[in-house]
Structures are given as structure tokens and as C-alpha cells.
Design a protein around this ligand. Sequence first.
Ligand SMILES: O=C[C@H](O)COP(=O)(O)O
Length: 325
Amino acid sequence: MQIDRPQTLVAHEPRNPGLPLDMGWVRRVQANTSAIERRAASLPGRRSVKKDWQAAWLCRAVSLIDLTTLAGDDTEGRVRRLCAKARQPVSPDLLDKLGMQGLTVGAVCVYHDMVPAAVAALRGSGLPVAAVSTGFPAGLSPFPLRIAEIGESVAAGAQEIDIVISRRHVLSGDWQALYDEMRQMREACGVAHVKAILATGELGTLRNVARASLVCMMGGADFIKTSTGKEGVNATLPVTLTMLRAIRDYHDATGIRVGYKPAGGISKAKDALNYLALVKDELGDRWLRPDLLRFGASSLLGDIERQLEHHVTGAYSASWRHALA
Ligand SMILES: O=C[C@H](O)COP(=O)(O)O
């Protein structure tokens, strides 16, 4: 089995150029919270893939990971080890027994200061470096500094920029301010693709999540992403359902496919399978590729590797054998 390589993010899907802000559309957006929560609650376990199918889905999930380290004690050494893992996320003998080849993660995601180390460590692999930017995680540094930070990360070689939005624009219903911010950030990214982190755990309601998703897409986001991983509540299935439906509506209206990145707290293989099933149900198979779907995760890969090893050998290995960096 050949896995789609992450370069497809750059090569295949046309970028989202955005739209003028359409306040009528934004105001029409609603979210039926109880229906969304009911549907999300019915998901885990409902659609279970087994045996070889499960292994194939787990390998697909590996190819979609933005392998992440975003810690205050990050070092170049840790980033280099993470990049080595990104190039070869599953051990060659395991991959061989699974009959697969060419498996890498989707990208490596780091703070700005770690971009040069990641770029050097990934040289020749075709794997992009994603930088979290714009005063991550709170997004509260002065706006010109946030814009300058994007430029520096791009100049250092980041091909993808994960920006954080100003939550206050959403909480105060200032959609024009959110749109203007998104537009300027998108412009500052230039050729680098931009993922807009909504920090959904801080947006109050699912209706706010749906409206913020739409406004960021109108502002030109290539991806919308749930969380920084630093909020009290990060990626959830109800938030995912809300954002996927916003992506579907945007596609129905414009023909443009915007990507989705759930992030924060996704650490188990079975969680990844639930997200994959939901994306497949709501958006279809086209969204199950690295140019339209990523998992922002620092520890998911280790659990997936353990599950794949169990699939091949029938035994679970200790988690320390699958250290990430
Ligand atoms: O964007 C990625 C997240 O920060 C990763 O969160 P995590 O450490 O909970 O997996």
C-alpha cells in the first residue's frame, strides 16, 4: 500500500482565496447544540473497523499527523529526534510486515525558534515544517509583532503557519475585526499555507465556533484548526462536527475545499479512528488526505505504533519503546 505523501498539500488542492465578508451569511449560521452533542455521543464504537482495515486506517492516520512539540523546554536536540521520527514514524520491519512503504507523518509542528532546526533535520524528505505563530497560544501580543512573527517563520523555511485568532473578536461578535485579522495574517503568510486556530474551548458556544469557522474561511484560511493544545478543553467530537459542517457549507457555496485540523488531547489510536470516521461521513473520502486533514498531536503516534505492533505480533509492547523525541 502506498500512502499519499504530504507534499500533496502544496501540489494538489487549489488554495482558498477567501471571499468578501458576507455578514448576512454569518448571521444566518446557527448550531443546534443538543442535536450535535447527541450525534457526537453516538459515534465512538458505532463505526468500528477491524483487523487489516484497522491497520490501514491507522497508517492513514499516521500520514495525517502534524507531529508536534510545543513545550517551553524544547531544544534543537529534541526537535531533531522528532524529525527523525517524522521521517520514519513506524519501524521498517513493522511496516514491512504490514506490506506498506513510504509512510511519513504529514508535517512537523514547532515554535518559531525551532524552525531552523526542523528545516535542517527534514531537508530532502519533502516534509513541511509548520510553525505556530502570532503570539501562540494566547494571541495577545501586539498585532504588528504577530504579523512580523509570521514573516520570520516563513523566512526561516516554515511552509505552513498555524496562526491563533483573537478570541475576543468572537466573544464580542466583532466579525469584521476577525475577518480583517485573518486576511492580514493570510497575506503575511505568502506562499505558506495558513491554518487558523480557533481555540474552540474558549469561544463559549458552538454557534460561535461555526461563525468563527466561516469568517476565517472567508478571510482565506487554508485550514481551520480546533485548538492550541493549551486550552482547558481542546479538540472534541461536537466541535469537530460543527467545524466540518462549516467546511461543507463553504464548499457547497464556493467549490473550495478547506482543510481541517483537530488538535490537542488526541493521544489514542481509537480517538484518531473516530475523527477519521466523522470526516469520512461528513465530508467524504477526498478529505482523508494530508492536503485536507491533519491531526495536531504530540503523543498520538506512540499509541498508534503500539496498536500496529499488536496487529502484527498479537502482543502489546511497553509505551517507552515508542518514545517520540
Ligand atoms: O497543535 C498541536 C497541539 O498543541 C498538540 O497537543 P497535544 O500535545 O495535546 O497532542
